[in-house]
Every structure is written in C-alpha cells, then in structure tokens.
Design a protein around this ligand. Structure first.
Ligand code: CMP
Length: 139
C-alpha cells in the first residue's frame, strides 16, 4: 500500500452480534445498498465500546470519525436542543458524516448505560476501496 494505507483488522464476535450489525446496516437507507461483501467486511471490522449514561457518542457540527451500530441501551438523537428521536438496539447511525464527508447533522447521547459497535472512518473507506477494486477486477 501507498501513503495512508491502513490495515483492515477483524474483531471476533459472536453470531448474534454479527446478525444484529448486518441487520442494522440493511435497515439503514444510506447503507443498505452497499454490496454484501462490503457489508460483511464492515461487520467483521466493527469493535465494541461501552458508553456511560449521559455521555455523548456524537456531537452536532463536529467532524465524523466513525459510524456506529447500537447494541444495548437507549440513545437520544437531538439537534439544536430539540429531540429528533430515540434509538434502541439494532440501529446504524453516524453514517451521514462518513458517507458525505459533512459535519455531524445531530448529536447522539446515551440515555442509559449503552453498548455500541464502532467502525472507524478510515477503515470504512479502506473497505469501500478494497471491494471496489475487487469488483473492477472481476468485471
Ligand atoms: P451523522 O450526521 O454522521 O451524525 C448524527 C447522526 O444522527 C446522523 O449521522 C444520523 O445517523 C442520525 N440522525 C440525523 N438526523 C436524524 C433524525 N432526524 N432522526 C434519527 N436519526 C438522525
């Protein structure tokens, strides 16, 4: 690899966790059209993080460093102090800043102790590039 090449590292996880992540990705309007190779790579590369109650996972207007899938607990989405929604387990979020290279469109805070899966932006980009190149070579 050249400048900026990174390792695509896999993190072991149980079957139920893999299914939860995959289903969350397929349920997200902005992610569901990725091909299945890309989705499985995303599933394999995600790692777990525990979030304390009242802690912010995402802050509105900041640059995005990762996209996420909720695994446990309740999360609140807000913008300009207004609540936009509550998320339970099995939702992919934080995809907009990663896909469109924009700043975070909303804040996401844990309403309870929570557990999330994290995919770093640079890994996401590497996964997209790798499978894009593979697809081209197959055509
Ligand atoms: P992103 O903008 O990267 O970071 C904030 C995330 O909150 C955003 O991606 C979406 O995943 C999510 N989000 C934004 N607006 C809404 C909304 N109206 N309802 C639920 N989730 C939202």
């Amino acid at each position: 690899g050249g400048v900026g090449a990174i390792q695509i590292k896999h993190f072991d996880k149980d079957f139920r966790s893999k299914q939860l992540i995959k289903d969350a990705i397929l349920d997200n309007d902005f992610l569901k059209n990725l091909d299945s190779t890309q989705i499985w790579e995303m599933v394999n590369c995600m790692y777990e993080k525990r979030i304390q109650k009242d802690h912010y996972i995402i802050k509105e207007s900041e640059a995005g460093q990762a996209l996420y899938v909720s695994a446990e607990g309740e999360l609140e989405v807000s913008k300009d102090g207004k609540i936009l929604g509550i998320m339970a387990a099995g939702r992919a979020f934080g995809e907009l800043a990663i896909l469109y290279n924009c700043t975070r469109t909303a804040s996401v805070k844990a309403l309870s102790e929570a557990r999330i899966w994290v995919l770093d932006r640079r890994v996401f980009q590497a996964v997209m590039m790798k499978s894009g190149i593979q697809r081209r070579n197959e055509n």
